[in-house]
Every structure is written in C-alpha cells, then in structure tokens.
Ligand binder design. Structure first.
Ligand code: C2O
Ligand code: CU
Length: 459
C-alpha cells in the first residue's frame, strides 16, 4: 500500500497477541455538534465514538474481552461476521447479557475479508443510539493497492437543544411504530464534519458504514466516479454507482474505489440528501500538488473472493415466507405475542409492540425455519407495511433472487437487505453455520417493537 489511512485511527491487533484485547463499554464524552458548548455525554467503547477500529487479517483469530462499564447489561454482536454461534453476542439467544461490572470473552475466527462492524445486541435501540458501535475490518491476504484506505462511519443522533443525547425520547412509541428514532445531527466518524485530505491522482478505498438506529442514508460523493467493489463486506464485480449516489440502510456497508480525478487545489463534498436538502458531511480536500505515477491506475480494483458457497441448490431448497406487517398506517388487526393472541390496541398499550412477522410480534417460540446444515434456504420476505425496512440475517450472507417480481442477477451477497414499502424480496442462502440465528429489522426500534424472529441450523 502506497499511502496510509488518515481518516480513522487504525489499531492493528491479532493472533500474534496471546492476550485478549480489552474493549470497554463506558460513559464518555464526544463532540457531536460543533456549536454545542459542552461535549455530549455518550456511552462508548474505549471512550471513542465510533469505537476503536479493530483490524485483523482474514482467517485470523480475534480475542476481545468486553468490559461492561455501563449501567445496563450489554453484549457485543459482530455484525456480518460468519461467526461461531456462541460468539454472536445476541442476549437471550446465544449468550446471557453481561451485567454491569462484568466481562465476557469473545474468541472467534473471521472467514471473510471485508468491512464489518460491532455493536451491542441488548437494548441496542438505546445502547447504539448512545454511541456504542465500532468498525471491524478484515484485511485481504493481499489488499488491493490504494493510496488511502478510509473508513467513513455515517450516523445520525437525536440531540437536545444543548447538544446532549435526547434521553427523554428513548422508547417513544411514535418512533417505534413509524420510521424509528431518526436523528437531528449527522456525524461522520463521530464528528459533525469530516474532511479527507487527498492528492490529485490518488486512488481511495472508501468503506462506508451506516450505524444509524433507523435512518436510511442517501449519500452522494460529488464530482467523482464511484466504483462499487464490495457490499456488506462481500466483494462484487466492480461497477460504477449511478449518479454517484448510494442508498444505505442501517447496518449496511459498501466499499468503494474512488479515483481523485479533480485538479490539485479542488474541493468536492460528500453529502447526505434524504431530507431533500444537501447536508455536507465532509469534503475531499485536494492538496496543491498531485501524485506522480509510473503506471496510471486504470484497471479497477478487484478484490479476492471470500469462501462463500459457490452454488445455491434452488431446486431442493427449503422455502419459507416471511410476512412483514404492522406499523403506522399498516392496518394490522392484531398478532400473537408471547403465545397469546392480542389486538393491535393491546399489543401497543400493554406490550409496546407494533409490528409482526408471520403474525407473531417479537420472538416466537418456534424458529422461522429449521434447516439441516448445508441446505439452501429461500426466504420470501413480503413487506406489507407502509415503511421501508433493513432485514439483517445473522451468521450467514444471502443473495437476492427476486425483487418485486423481477429476477435479481447481480449475484451480490448481503447480510442486510433493504425492502422499500410494500416491496417483496426473495433471498437465498446456504445454511452452513450451525446454531440459532436472528433475523430482524435493523431499524432498531422496529426490532424491539416486534420485527424479530430466528432460525436454526442443525447438523
Ligand atoms: Cu447489527 Cu442483529 O444486528
Ligand atoms: Cu423495519
């Protein structure tokens, strides 16, 4: 690699260390809004927002000791890692939540290279919103040659007028039954604005991560051609991003290759445009000189493939429907919760539930599907709500087969799949990772208000 990453603190650790790396979740402070008189009181890993960038090589063993310094039980979920089930960090399903003052040792290997992230999986709607989240990069054995490898964690925060986390609105049923907790402050890498110094002629690998509780980000890099090289950590056939604009749901990641094609001294913004406005998140700030190269970088970066299943046996696949219902303007009459039939009024008033999967609000007794290890599973998700959702599959990556009746041919593997309102999507994956796994909406308020289920892979 010709250059070094300037945009995020890189902390490399790995198998060479025989002690676990300590990751401490605790109260901290962060300057999330530039005009605020005092920093925001947050919860953070290692007092950083986002948490420390964890970086390992593909196939390496990761050892992290979580220390719980917050006042609630917590866990760490390693989002997108095809992980050993016991290390998946799901409170109530794969482990007990870690009480305040206690620790938990995570030890696992990382089969896939790519861009992943980590966050609590207990009261995540509150703990992630307070700042507990970080990025995990798994490096390819031979990373592609780039001048800078940059991580941009895009997040939104709901802050009070004096710039503190808006605690009073945690648990608001309106958020839970509508779009989720949308913020009023956008940050990149925990800062209100994040500029990236570049030189004309440089090639950047940009890893974008949406860690917002609920906001779908429409991100635009102005004046540059973006090549998409990976989605949710998994390499794709490099392809240009139409109009330079990306729609990224909560939990989703993309890796981009961007050549710095403007003249020395230029500036070009990256913006978030969901609100209809053009919110500047940062700029590429060009130096006054350019990079001298012997061989121009004309061939696009091609990432080495990850050890994903090479074949989906669709003929013998186990097929299951997932009907997504509820929410405001959804017309759901009722659902089963904790084994009891309830009307929508009871669900909302007594149980704070607003959504259901296949007629069940919240975790069901029985799994959505039990698959034999190695079996191909097709899940046909039908979003019969008036809201978009970002469905996250644990322990596996899935391929979209069909979207709103049209076949999907791009062969992209994802761990988080977006469904627009009233859209339906069929995904397929090989159930090759034994254990009990979550499938839920990553709009964290939808998750807690009912949009959650699980499936099982047995030997
Ligand atoms: Cu990123 Cu089940 O979560
Ligand atoms: Cu949702």
């Amino acid at each position: 690699m010709a250059g070094m990453a300037v945009a995020a603190p890189l902390r490399t650790y790995g198998a060479a260390e025989d002690r676990a790396r300590i990751l401490r979740a605790a109260p901290a402070e962060a300057s999330l809004r530039s005009s605020a008189a005092v920093p925001a009181r947050v919860w953070a890993y290692d007092a950083q927002v986002p948490g420390p960038l964890l970086r390992v090589r593909q196939g390496e063993a990761v050892r992290v000791r979580l220390e719980n310094g917050i006042e609630q039980p917590t866990t760490v979920h390693w989002h997108g890692i095809r992980i050993d089930n016991r290390m998946d960090g799901v409170a109530g399903l794969t482990q007990d939540a870690v009480p305040p003052g206690e620790t938990f040792d995570y030890a696992f290997t990382v089969p896939d290279a790519g861009t992943f992230w980590y966050h609590p999986h207990n009261r995540s709607w509150e703990q992630v919103a307070r700042g507990l989240q970080g990025v995990l990069i798994v490096d390819e054995p031979e990373p592609p040659t780039v001048d800078q490898d940059i991580v941009l964690v895009v997040d939104d925060w709901r802050l009070t007028d004096d710039g503190q986390i808006d605690e009073a609105s945690f648990g608001h049923l309106h958020d839970w039954s509508h779009a989720g907790r949308l913020g009023n402050e956008l940050t990149v890498n925990g800062r209100p604005r994040f500029d990236v110094p570049v030189r004309a002629g440089e090639r950047l690998r940009v890893r974008l991560v949406n860690t917002a509780n609920a906001r779908i980000m429409n991100l635009r890099f102005e004046a540059h051609t973006l090549m998409l090289i990976a989605v949710d950590g998994q390499p794709v056939q490099p392809r240009p991003v139409p109009d330079g604009e990306l729609r990224l749901g909560p939990g989703q990641r993309v890796d981009l290759m961007i050549d710095m094609s403007l003249d020395p001294g230029s500036r070009a913004a990256f913006t978030e445009v969901t609100g209809g406005g053009r919110l500047v998140a940062g700029e590429f700030v060009y130096a006054t000189d350019s990079v001298a190269r012997d061989n121009p970088l004309d061939a696009p970066v091609r990432l080495t493939t990850n050890p994903l299943p090479t074949r989906l046996e669709l003929d013998g696949a186990t097929r299951v429907d997932l009907l997504m219902e509820g929410g405001a303007m959804g017309g759901m009459a009722g659902a089963i919760h904790d084994g009891k039939e309830m009307t929508i009024r009871q669900l909302v008033r007594e149980k704070r539930m607003a959504w259901a999967f296949n007629g069940v609000a919240g975790m069901s007794e029985a799994p959505l599907v039990t698959a034999k290890r190695g079996q191909t599973v097709v899940i046909h998700m039908r979003n019969q709500t008036a809201w978009p959702h970002a469905m996250h599959l644990h322990g596996h990556h899935a391929r979209e087969l069909m979207r709103s009746g049209a076949p999907v041919t791009d062969e992209t593997w994802r761990d988080t799949v977006m469904l627009e309102r009233e859209e339906d999507v069929a995904v397929a994956f090989v159930a090759d990772n034994p254990g009990r796994w979550m499938l839920h909406c990553h709009m964290l308020e939808h998750q807690v208000a009912g949009m959650t289920t699980w499936f099982e892979v047995v030997s």
